[in-house]
Structure formats: C-alpha cells, structure tokens
Design a protein around this ligand. Structure first.
Ligand code: GLN
Length: 484
C-alpha cells in the first residue's frame, strides 16, 4: 500500500514502530497533492514549508517516546478555520489576503498532539453552498468523476480525503456541509452535536447551526479525530461542559438489540433508485448484525428546508456585516465612507453570498420579522420536538444523506432552489442540534459513492460511531478508492 492511502490508525502504527517517519509521510502527501491538484483543486493554500517543519517536530517528539494517536499525521483543514499567520479566505475574495492573528481552538487541539498541516481546503464561499461551485478559488472536482461536484460546502475537505491528498481533514456543517460531501466522495464525515466541539476561531456562517467535525477514510479514524477536537472551550460559550468519551474504545461493541428508526418522511418517491437500493441493502446488513428496525415519523420534515433558509440567512446577514472593508479584508477605493462599504462588499462577495445576505436582511426587517424569522424559530422548535419524541423509541435513525449521488458541475448552479433541496435530509439534524454521521454504503450505476446517514441522540456520538463501525466491518465500500 502507498503511504498516501493509509488511514490515521495504520500510519500511527507505522510511525510508532519507526517503519516510517513523519517527514517521509508528509513528503509523500505533498507529492500526491502536487500530482492530483491540477485536476481536483481541493486546496486553496498548500503550506508545504509549514508541513515539513511540523513533520520534523513530530519526528523529534516520536523519537522522545511521545507518539499520541495523531502525532505526525498529515492533515488539512477547511479554509474557514483561522490559522495564525496562515492566510484564511473562507473561499471568498473579500478575505483574499486575510492573515489571522490567532488559530481556531479545534485546530489548536490537533496541533497540540503534533499533527502536520498540509494546507487549507477549498470550500463554498462562507460555507454557503452544496457543490463547492461558489468558491472564489476554483471549483473542486469529485475524485470519482471530475465532471461532477464533490458536494459542499466542505467539498475540498471531502475531495482531499478521497483523492488521498490528506489522511484526514476538518470541515464544518451548518446544514449538511460535512455529511453531504462525505457522501458524494465516499468518505466518513461526522457532524457532532451542537456544543460538542468549540466553534472559537471558525468563521461564522449561522452561529446557532454551525458545528466542526472530521472527514476521514474510516470510522476508527473519525473516532480518533473527534476525540481530539471535542470538549468544552471557555472561549466558546456555546460549547458544552460535559466529559468527552473515549470514542475509539467503544467501537467494537456491535449493534445487537440496537433500535434503529426509519423516518418515513426520508424514504420518499423522488429518491434516486441507486440511493434507495443502497439504503435497502444497508437495512438488510444491520438486520443480519442483530439490530431491530422501528418505523418512525418526523412530521415537520417538509418545513425544514424553508425554516433553515430563514434562520441561516438571517444569522448570516448579521455575521457578515463585519466585512465592511474597515476591519477585515478587501477595501475598495471610494470617495466617502458609505461608498467604500458598498463597493468593498460588492466587489468582495460572490453572487450566492449576496443572495443570502439579501434573504436574511429581508427576513429580519421590521414588518417581516414576526412573519418569517420568529415563525421559523417556532417551526424549529417543532422540528426539534419531532426528533426528541422519536428518540424516545429508538437509539439511532438511518436515512440517506442526499437524495441523489453527486451531480454534474453546472447542473444546479442556476437553480438555487434545486441546490437547496439537495440538503433536505441533512438540514433537520442541524435544526434539531443533534449529531449525525455519513458513511460509505454503496455506489451508483455510474460508479459514484452513496452515503448512509446515522443520526444519534444529542451527545450520543459514541452510539453512531459504534453503529457505523459495525456496518463498516460488514461491508467493503470504505475500502474502495477513487481512480484518480
Ligand atoms: N448547503 C447548505 C447551505 O448552503 C449547508 C451549508 C453548510 O452546511 N455550511 O447553507
């Protein structure tokens, strides 16, 4: 097996046993990035020098006998995470030359274990999108078929794992941005419960929905990454102060007697037949493994996308007010202050971001606030209640991640509503604030990966990881490699 194909746990053993050094592993990854980037475009910035310096430091640490699970592992992170001294664009022109003065807590935690930073990954501008086509730094392509989108907004994070340009990556998920690209690129992606991972130093899109999570080659790696980044952070008042389980220790306990709910609203007529087929096969696999299935209902599912697009855009319009040309990023030449604001924002933001700011500002404007924003908040509570009552009957839920496999580049770019609908199965989880994971569950007739979503109770990441691990042990989907 080539170095760039290794999982975190395999590379960790090789590093620990001194079969390979972190410098060798990092060099192999950088070579791989060099050779596939012209086709995939997963990275906005490759930090080669930083990576080699990190790797040398990791090798010293390992030589001194300190080899933690992530020490010396070459990773890359979405360009939404602030990285001290390293350009952070969030996929936007407006932050083209922004160098943050401090780093995101989740990245600090990975760094503390001695990981290696390969670079910053491509994404939809300000994480708004489902296809990576709204990035100001080129469209990331799906490593399984470069005429297709990788999903979004963490498209670079998924494509880099699938193209074997990074061992694992970090992404963010506001309405599906970890799970949907993981599904389209055939990797594992986990959105933790709101509050499980610190959002400090993560550029805000919709603060009540945003969460940080890993994208990896398998479930064991996912558990290791989550273990490293989870936990309370005094710098993020929304991070919750509960202990972090040792996720990697409980993986192998199986699913015998586990009650899995099938929400009827998620198995709709419009589901792509290949996706439907993969779900049926997955249910069969779980039955064989001893899980029990229960039919459940999440009755307010139909309202989730509309609710999300009111709440997310409202929060975004407020969060993005700070990009005014004064304190951050791009500043246009103009005669007066107001003109400077307007010109800086007009030049710096792309079409989708402008659309969201207008939608959000409208939903918050006086006269419409009660009709749209307040109503959306109320419906959000109903959606949350749906989940909580269903979870009194089941331990986890099984659903598709997306209604179709990856679509073609350009296919939905001029039809925002179609694009928004591609997150129909992931958005409700963010509104409910709970956790969910996407894992490889099959392939379409055209050879594109199909993901399975496991939704857990709040703070029950351990259960979905255990269920995901059992599925992975019984199937071989995660072992297939994109031909790129
Ligand atoms: N596609 C959704 C949106 O554009 C979700 C994005 C995300 O999770 N960041 O808002």
């Amino acid at each position: 097996m080539t170095i760039s194909d290794l999982t975190i746990h395999a590379l960790h053993s090789a590093l620990k046993n001194k079969q390979i050094s972190s410098v060798e592993a990092t060099t192999a990854m950088l070579e791989r990035i060099n050779s596939v980037e012209p086709q995939v475009c997963s990275f906005i910035t490759v930090t080669s020098e930083q990576a080699l310096a990190d790797a040398r430091a990791a090798d010293k640490r390992i030589a001194s006998g300190d080899c933690q699970p992530l020490t010396g592992i070459p990773l890359a992170i979405k360009d939404i995470f602030l990285t001290e001294g390293i350009r952070t664009t969030c996929g936007s022109r407006i932050l083209e030359s922004f160098i943050p003065p401090y780093s995101a807590s989740s990245w600090e935690k990975l760094k503390a274990q001695g990981t290696v930073l390969l670079g910053k990954l491509n994404q939809d501008e300000f994480a708004m999108g489902s296809s990576n086509e709204s990035s100001a730094y080129g469209i990331t392509r799906n490593p399984w078929d470069i005429s297709c989108i990788p999903g979004g907004s963490s498209g670079g994070s998924a494509a880099a794992v699938a193209a074997r340009e990074a061992v694992a990556t970090l992404g963010t998920d506001t309405g599906g941005s970890i799970r949907q690209p993981a599904s389209h690129c055939g990797c594992v992606g986990l959105k933790p419960t709101y509050g499980r991972v610190s959002r400090y130093g993560v550029i805000a899109y919709a603060s009540s929905l945003d969460q940080v999570g890993p994208l990896t080659r398998d479930v064991a790696d996912c558990a290791l990454m989550l273990e490293a980044i989870a936990g309370h952070d005094p710098k993020d008042s929304t991070s919750v102060d509960t202990s972090v389980p040792k996720y990697s220790a409980g993986l192998a306990s199986g699913v015998k007697g586990l009650k899995i709910g099938l929400p009827k609203e998620y198995f709709i007529d419009g589901l792509d037949p290949d996706v439907q087929h993969a779900m049926t096969a997955a249910i069969e696999t779980y039955r064989r493994l001893g899980a029990e299935f229960v039919d459940i209902s999440l009755p307010h599912t139909d309202y989730a996308v509309a609710t999300y697009y009111l709440i997310a855009t409202a929060e975004a319009s407020s969060n993005l007010a700070r990009y005014d040309g004064v304190r951050f990023g791009h500043r246009a030449e103009a005669a007066g202050l107001l003109d400077m604001y307007t010109k800086s924002r007009s030049e710096g933001f792309g079409t989708e971001v402008k659309r969201r700011i207008m939608l959000g500002t409208y939903a918050l404007s006086s006269g419409y606030y009660d009709a749209y924003y307040v109503k959306a908040q109320k419906v959000r509570t109903l959606i949350m209640n749906d989940f909580m009552s269903a979870f009194s009957h089941v331990d986890v839920m099984l659903t598709p991640v997306a209604p179709t496999p990856a679509f073609k580049i350009g296919e939905k770019i001029n039809d925002p509503l179609q694009m928004y609908l591609s997150d129909i199965f992931t958005i409700p989880v963010n509104l409910a604030g709970t956790c969910a994971m996407s894992l490889p569950a099959g392939f379409s007739a055209h050879g594109l990966p199909i993901g399975l979503q496991l939704i857990g109770k709040p703070f029950a990441e351990e259960t979905i990881l255990r269920a995901g691990y059992a599925f992975e042990q019984a199937t071989e989907w995660h072992t297939r490699k994109a031909s790129i």
